[in-house]
Design a protein around this ligand. Structure first.
Ligand code: GLC
Ligand code: CA
Length: 536
């Protein structure tokens, strides 16, 4: 039934600096990832997405690219990358790169040429202005316009001054960007995660963003970003990109849609294209932005499903390299984290995991002086930066935790040993085995991957319950998102005289045990997946 690999895939995001170091310099690299492919295969994931590995002065740790076609030496060589793609494919794992196309590094040859004069070949590759034309701010601090003494003009940057924004209104830029994509597509890459892709086109007249009243530490948060993001013309560019990538077989584009809390699912969904002719997938962060609660999660999930509709594919994600890790947001409560994972992995569509999530790995503690992230450096203590969620993977116990034989570039999580893969492999009830069991169940159950989802009412607001179905084949998922034991009933299923057969449970309940929807008794923070059996 599944025709495209990405419509029900599980993607595992790797932050390459922090996954596996292979040469003792304390920084993770491509060869390290290759060494861990068997582990990745054991998780039964379908693809890995690597945060940027291209040549970069690392002002924003790779999100400032100075050459899209060269691998940064800190991560390895093109040969390593080709070996990675090859070895991953042997294990049925696809490989996605992170493409940062809204901006380049200030050291990219395009920018170096562009800033040279007002009439060179690349002079319109970026957005230049004689004066500061508007009230726009940069997400990483200060005005979005920086003066260049060479051209005696200001250039636009939505993030750091070291990250000048490309001028996507220039067809030559679009062409040049597509060439960078083609370089890797021709080498067998399976697709791209597109960084802040809703920001690529700016208002043609560079109008002022409307102000928001109130006070927030970051001026960027004090305006509505209607003229520096989400311009209608961005859809046209994404349609072109989709056409371009569809010339290759089974490649995928997943877009990061930058929005404010609490998320904007309808906007995110618009980037899939009305006729599914833009991105294959895109992120909606509403769930990650929403407090753990049955009523709230139901509301945001329903809204996301509705925004996407039955014929397009929703994407589900709890954490990434820009957000505090899920277990830390849940104050270290493992039972809640398991329930969150169960929710995630029983949704229709594409699932994104973040390395270490499967271990219940918490944020690292980073002191101000050890901070690397430019966002944290600028806005500490209002924002403690994104280093904490980028801590090294914990493979073994002992010095370096199997991550490195040298000095790690970033601190390990506190009490790291208890999260190690090595230890968790030995404990059948560990978080790692829990994720594996769920991932295996999802892999073998078409209904869990592709069945439509409908939320069902129960007589208790702390219960989150939903049905997944493909024709008569139905699953029921019941999650108790409170600390207390609850006995609930599901009226809709009572009417249909259905029985519930356990497929998976977080508590010790035996599989295949039968329950009635009249009275499902479920402990605090426990969850079940049932197969529904018609009694008639
Ligand atoms: C995206 C990335 C983030 C980066 C920013 C600028 O939001 O996920 O890590 O700093 O874009 O490229
Ligand atoms: Ca290294």
């Amino acid at each position: 039934m599944t025709t495209n690999w990405w419509q029900d895939c599980v993607v595992y995001q790797i932050y390459p600096r922090s996954f596996q170091d292979s040469n003792g310099d304390g920084i993770g690299d491509i060869f390290g990832i290759i060494q861990r492919l068997d582990y990745l295969q054991s998780l039964m994931i379908d693809a890995i997405w690597l945060s940027p590995i291209f040549l970069s002065p690392m002002a924003d740790f790779g999100y400032d690219v100075s050459d899209y076609c060269t691998v940064d030496p800190v991560f390895g060589t093109e040969e390593d990358v080709l070996l990675l793609i090859n070895e991953a494919h042997k294990r049925n794992i696809r490989v996605l790169f992170d493409m940062v196309l809204n901006h380049t590094s200030i050291e990219h040859p395009w920018f170096i040429e562009s800033r040279q004069s007002r009439d060179n070949e690349k002079s319109n590759f970026y957005i230049w202005s004689d004066t500061i034309p508007n009230n726009w701010y940069a997400a990483f601090g200060g005005r979005a316009w920086t003066y260049d003494t060479n051209r005696k003009q200001y250039y636009l940057h939505s993030f750091l001054p070291q990250q000048p924004d490309l001028n996507w209104r220039n067809p030559k830029v679009v062409e040049a960007v597509f060439e960078q994509l083609a370089f890797w597509l021709d080498k067998g890459i399976d697709g791209f995660r597109l960084d802040v892709i809703n920001c690529i086109i700016k208002d043609e007249a560079l109008r002022n963003n409307p102000k928001i009243i109130g006070s927030r530490p970051r001026p960027y948060d004090m305006q509505r970003h209607i003229f520096d993001r989400n311009r209608p013309e961005s859809h046209q560019k994404l349609k072109m990109m989709r056409k371009f990538i569809d010339k290759y077989d089974q490649r995928m584009l997943v877009g990061e849609i930058l929005v404010e809390m609490p998320g904007e699912p309808e906007l995110a969904a618009s980037y899939l294209g009305l006729h599914h002719d833009e991105l294959h997938l895109c992120f909606d962060f509403s769930l990650a932005y929403t407090r753990f609660s049955a009523a709230r999660w139901k509301k945001v999930a329903k809204r996301w499903y509705e925004a996407v509709g039955k014929h397009r594919v929703p994407t589900w994600v709890l954490n990434n390299h820009d957000l505090p890790r899920i277990i830390s947001r849940l104050h270290g409560n493992e039972e809640k984290a398991r329930l969150a994972a169960m929710f995630l992995l029983t949704q229709r569509g594409a699932i994104f995991l973040y390395y270490g999530e499967e271990l219940g790995l918490p944020n690292s503690k980073i002191s101000r002086s050890a901070m690397h992230d430019p966002l944290g450096k600028r806005y500490w203590p209002f924002h403690s930066g994104r280093d904490p969620e980028r801590g090294p993977m914990i493979w073994n116990t002992g010095e370096g935790n199997g991550f490195t034989t040298g000095e790690s570039w970033l601190a390990f999580a506190k009490a790291a040993n208890r999260y190690s893969v090595e230890n968790q492999e030995l404990e059948t009830e560990s978080m790692l085995h829990f994720y594996r069991r769920l991932l295996a169940l999802r892999k073998e159950d078409e209904v869990l991957r592709n069945g439509l989802c409908s939320f069902v009412d129960t007589n208790n607001t702390h219960i989150l319950a939903y049905c997944r179905e493909i024709e008569a084949d139905q699953r029921l998922i019941v999650l108790n998102m409170s600390a207390k034991q609850i006995t609930c009933s599901i009226p809709m299923l009572q009417v249909k005289d259905m029985q519930c057969e356990i497929m998976f449970a977080t508590d010790g309940v035996r599989p295949e045990q039968i329950e009635s929807p009249h009275a499902i008794t479920i402990g605090g923070y426990q969850g079940r997946i049932y197969r529904l059996v018609d009694n008639r």
